[in-house]
Design a protein around this ligand. Structure first.
Ligand code: HEM
Length: 185
């Protein structure tokens, strides 16, 4: 994955446990503690090892690390030049979720080796929706939970996402049930 993802893992580890924690995460992951280049592509294995390292060092399960990372990601990217792109994706949670493939397609203009996931947002009522998620990478569903909840907060509202269908042999995608409240008027 692009280095931007790994720099966000580093930022999260530092926010939770300081520079020392990040150095320990790198040691545990057997990744040299050098700065990642945000616009360079790295093997996915590096990111998975960093998540495992963060789990061991920060005393969280890998699923908890991924969920925390998802929440962190939306703030992190919006503070590092990607805010306007996120804002242009829409003003409400369903709008932004429905536009995620278009958003990643625009990211790919700048990161040509991007292998983005794909999403489908099905609105069920004014406050509930189903989010379907296709990815070539295994095990990242907890990150989607954090992403959706963090995104709702960034938009001034709140959301709760539950992983209701797991990708398996007969299902090529994961699904999430999302309940959301918009920002107060
Ligand atoms: C402007 C904001 C965003 C940027 C710049 C961005 C960019 C990226 C990048 C660089 C990757 C790594 C993929 C690769 O290197 O091949 C990625 C992966 C991912 N993105 Fe985004 N993204 C943004 C917002 C979002 C949002 C809001 C969501 C969901 C609510 C999302 C869902 C994901 C997921 C789940 C992955 C993991 C890869 C996978 O499932 O295969 N992204 N994104």
């Amino acid at each position: 994955m692009y280095g931007l993802v790994n720099t966000a893992v580093a930022d999260l580890a530092r926010a939770v446990g300081g520079e020392e924690a990040w150095q320990e995460v790198c040691a545990h992951a057997q990744v040299p503690p050098v700065a990642f280049v945000g616009t360079a592509a790295y093997p996915d294995d590096v990111t998975y090892r960093l998540v495992e390292g963060a789990s061991a060092v920060l005393g969280m399960s890998p699923e908890q690390v991924l969920a925390a990372f998802g929440r962190h990601w939306v703030r992190y990217t919006s503070q590092r030049g990607w805010g306007p792109l996120l804002q242009s994706a829409g003003g409400s949670l369903p709008e932004v979720l429905a536009g995620l493939d278009a958003l990643h397609a625009r990211v790919r203009l700048m990161m040509p080796e991007l292998r983005p996931p794909s999403f489908r947002c099905v609105e069920l009522s004014a406050t509930t929706l189903r989010l379907d998620y296709w990815s070539e990478r295994p095990g990242l569903a907890p990150m989607v939970v954090g992403l959706v909840e963090g995104l709702a907060e960034l938009l001034g509202g709140s959301a709760s996402a539950t992983h209701v269908r797991v990708a398996a042999d007969r299902h090529d995608h994961d699904s999430f049930a999302v309940t959301h409240s918009p920002a107060p008027a």
